[in-house]
Design a protein around this ligand. Structure first.
Ligand code: HEM
Length: 214
């Protein structure tokens, strides 16, 4: 196998591992965010405080930031390499559902990245003291943000596109890791669909509830 091909495959492998780690983080984030639906701010603020201060979680945070940086850098790198070997305008003969979603991975990913930057300015940079705000009361900050209609439009659009990213990402990562199986691959696809609907729907529920019903 040529060195160039091997380097490209190993980048995809590392990217898939980083992506899988991000997939495990999303349900944890969603469970914490669901506490925003409670009328008492205490449990959400306590969970946020715990996530910000408990030392083992700090290690998790470093791994999380590294995973985002690795996944995004390799994702953009692999996409540009693909474009260079396969000029824009190329029409694939394979019109399968998978190839439809895979063709838009860079754009759904770019939308998620834009949202992450916004999200970091709203919360993470406040925690680091780089942006004004009260890191001990993320509950009120989140409730205030969800009162802004434009924020909800952006939030909901980004989570719908995240759903498309997740649907292809889930099965693609298994394929990249060489975990293809006659029986299990169709099961993985069903779980991918369930996951890709459930996660954005959960975050969307919080947005719509705080925007329209509180
Ligand atoms: C919560 C955020 C995200 C999660 C959970 C996630 C997860 C994943 C996973 C598991 C894969 C499959 C890897 C593989 O094909 O083996 C993937 C693919 C991909 N991701 Fe993400 N991702 C996220 C955000 C992003 C962002 C911000 C970008 C930035 C541009 C991005 C760009 C890509 C691209 C281009 C691919 C396709 C790579 C390929 O098939 O060649 N992703 N993602």
């Amino acid at each position: 196998m040529s060195k160039v091909l091997f380097a490209s495959i190993s980048k995809k492998f590392v990217m898939a591992l980083a992506g899988l780690f991000l997939l495990t983080f999303l349900p944890v984030h969603l469970i914490i965010n669901l506490m925003l639906l409670k009328s008492d701010p205490a449990s959400f603020n306590e969970a946020a405080h715990f996530m910000a201060t408990f030392p083992p979680v700090k290690i998790f945070e470093v791994v999380l930031i590294a995973s985002i940086l690795i996944h995004v850098t390799y994702g953009i790198y692999l996409q540009i390499s693909n474009w260079l070997v396969r000029p824009v305008g190329y029409v694939s003969g394979n019109k399968s559902e998978t190839s439809f979603f895979s063709r838009f991975m860079i754009w759904t990913g770019a939308t998620v990245l834009t949202f992450l930057v916004l999200h970091f300015f709203n919360f993470y940079f406040v925690k680091l003291g780089l942006v004004d705000g009260d890191p001990e009361d993320f509950y009120s900050m989140a409730h205030n943000l969800f009162k802004i209609p434009a924020y909800n439009y952006i939030y909901l659009s980004c989570f719908i596109l995240l759903g498309f990213h997740l649907f292809h990402a889930f099965s693609s990562a298994f394929q990249t890791l060489g975990l293809n199986h006659r029986i299990w691959t169709p099961v993985v696809k069903k779980v991918a669909l369930f996951y890709a609907i459930l996660i954005p729907a959960g975050f969307g529920l919080i947005s719509v509830t705080l925007w329209l019903f509180r």
